[in-house]
Design a protein around this ligand. Structure first.
Ligand code: SF4
Length: 364
């Protein structure tokens, strides 16, 4: 085996043990809609307006071959990225599974991108559609068009049928407001007709368009009351899940700056595309944020989490991140890598022995 191959394999294994096999890179921070609660304008000042370039994606994937699953959606609309089709094709050539489960609005998508999604096995897309009619949808999704989104879903479905593919799996994601709650049953039926899974999400800004019939919405969500739904959305199993991004499935901004989790919009000092992931996450500020989330006292200096409502809730509930589970996961990956390497050696010995005509288990 050539020295270069050996080095590549070693780096891949080491990075797999350290970082796992999943990462999140925002494909675009631009959005063509103007949803009232969305922080898009403020966001631009923090994460910058731009898109993930194909060359950056390729260089990252070549450097970190351990990442087999990549989430592309975060702050913007991924379909506004002009390099997306090339990114999808390249990821497929490297057997990387792409997802857009943080959400897309699907108001605009090129035909060649639709074909790439299906042909190259893009795994799953969650589409934000908050209503079942043009009038209701447009109240929140300003500048958006309900009929255009549904038309784009149909185009994807037609392409899936033409290729005989189940991918990408589509989910209709409906954020419930006071102005659209009456359309939940109709939206659910439409989703079924379009072969889409269906999910209801609560509005995170209760001051905007509060619910008119919370009991009805709770029942539609599968809970006895909204209080029960809120309770279920708390802790690490709920909103606190986002914090785990600092340990696994780390979030990277479109330009390579480290964000950590998908809630954070204040990039850390290091750019992963420039200095690498290892150096970026070893930086003091990033480590301090992790210590805070683990419930340790890190003094007065603020971190990205200091102003986050999820962190405040963690403190109030004394519900901190269980760091042990990430160490356990690293140990599991280490053990699996060692077992895999030993298994490979045994297999190669067996093939060698068969070729020499001696039984396996012979002289070693
Ligand atoms: S507390 Fe920190 S890690 Fe958790 S969601 Fe907020 S910014 Fe992200």
């Amino acid at each position: 085996m050539r020295l270069m191959d050996l080095h590549r394999r070693f780096s891949r294994t080491l990075n797999y043990i350290r970082f796992g096999d999943e990462v999140r890179i925002d494909a675009a921070s631009h959005c063509q809609l103007r949803c009232p609660v969305c922080q898009e304008w403020d966001l631009k000042a923090r994460v910058g307006g731009g898109y993930l370039r194909f060359e950056d994606f390729r260089a990252f994937v070549e450097r970190y071959e351990n990442f087999r699953r990549i989430e592309l959606s975060n702050n913007g609309e991924i379909f506004l990225n002009p390099d997306l089709t090339r990114i999808i094709e390249y990821a497929h050539s490297k057997q990387i599974a792409l997802r857009a489960e943080n959400g897309v609005n699907l108001n605009h998508i090129r035909d060649d991108t639709i074909e790439a999604l299906v042909r190259f096995g893009f795994k799953s897309i969650n589409v934000s559609i908050d209503g079942a009619s043009e009038e209701t949808y447009a109240i929140y999704r300003k500048r958006g068009s309900f009929s255009r989104v549904i038309e784009n879903v149909r185009k994807i479905n037609a392409c899936k049928a033409a290729f005989g593919s189940q991918e990408p799996r589509l989910k209709w994601r409906f954020i419930v407001f006071g102005h659209n709650e009456h359309e939940i049953p109709a939206a659910r039926r439409m989703a079924e007709g379009l072969n889409m899974a269906f999910e209801l999400l609560p509005n995170v800004e209760p001051g905007y368009a509060p619910l008119k019939d919370p009991d009805f919405v709770a029942r539609e969500m599968g809970y006895a009351s909204m209080a029960e739904r809120e309770q279920a959305g708390r802790g690490t199993a709920g909103a606190g899940w986002y914090c785990t991004g600092l340990w696994e499935r780390v979030q990277i901004n479109w330009d390579g700056r480290l964000l950590g989790c998908c809630v954070n919009t204040q990039p850390f000092q290091h750019n992963v595309f420039e200095v690498g992931l290892g150096k970026a996450i070893r930086a003091t500020e990033f480590r301090r944020a992790k210590q805070m989330l683990a419930g340790k006292d890190v003094g007065e200096a603020p971190t990205i989490c200091s102003d986050c409502g999820i962190y405040r809730e963690r403190v109030a509930r004394k519900d901190f991140v269980d760091v042990g589970r990430f160490r356990d996961a690293q140990w599991r990956r280490l053990r699996a890598s060692v077992a895999g390497a030993l298994g490979r050696r045994r297999w190669m010995r067996a093939v060698g022995a068969a070729a020499r005509g001696v039984p396996d288990g012979g002289p070693r």
